[in-house]
Write a protein that binds this ligand. Sequence first.
Ligand SMILES: N[C@@H](CCC(=O)N[C@@H](CS)C(=O)NCC(=O)O)C(=O)O
Length: 197
Amino acid sequence: MKLHYSATSPYVRKVVACALACGISDQITRIETNPHASPPDLLAVNPLSKVPCLVTQDGLALFDSAVICEYLDAIGAGLLFPPPGPARWRALKFQAIGDGIMDAAVSRRLDMARPTEAAREAAMARQQDAIVRALDLLQADPPANHLDIGSITIACALGYLDLRFASDAWREGRGKLAQWYAAMAERPEINGSAPPG
Ligand SMILES: N[C@@H](CCC(=O)N[C@@H](CS)C(=O)NCC(=O)O)C(=O)O
């Protein structure tokens, strides 16, 4: 397995710690990666240009850290994600708190490095590029037509683009994805959870 890796990323560290805990770290080859430079070999496996990204023996590209850790636990010792019950919800809640601290701290550090309007514009353009690449991936490989956590999340993400960035015209050139979303948006679960207005 190959792990797109950055030594200072707390999310990468989480994955490495899980691999050690599962006894499978020797199966992982680290690929030193600067995600902020959007290197082509990272973009080829993760349109969001983020580390960690794990490419499995079967060639499956997995991100983000929560997904990778669950995968490693499934193929390894299987001790890190307790079965459904209070211990599981508590462990997942702490994962969410830890991830939330990382999100806030990493974002704070990036903002410190962006004192000017030009730097802010560049950061916004970088986010937009990530969205466009992710939309292209979804157009090429749309989620399931039935409800699962993946299709629900993608439908909510596309709904948010319509709500906040209606002028972005994300449907242009992405007919397959637009069709997929139109069908999903009619489902009572997606329709019934839409913001008012
Ligand atoms: N939710 C993701 C966050 C990963 C993340 O934000 N990684 C940072 C490095 S610490 C990154 O790759 N940033 C590049 C970018 O945001 O463009 C996870 O849990 O893996």
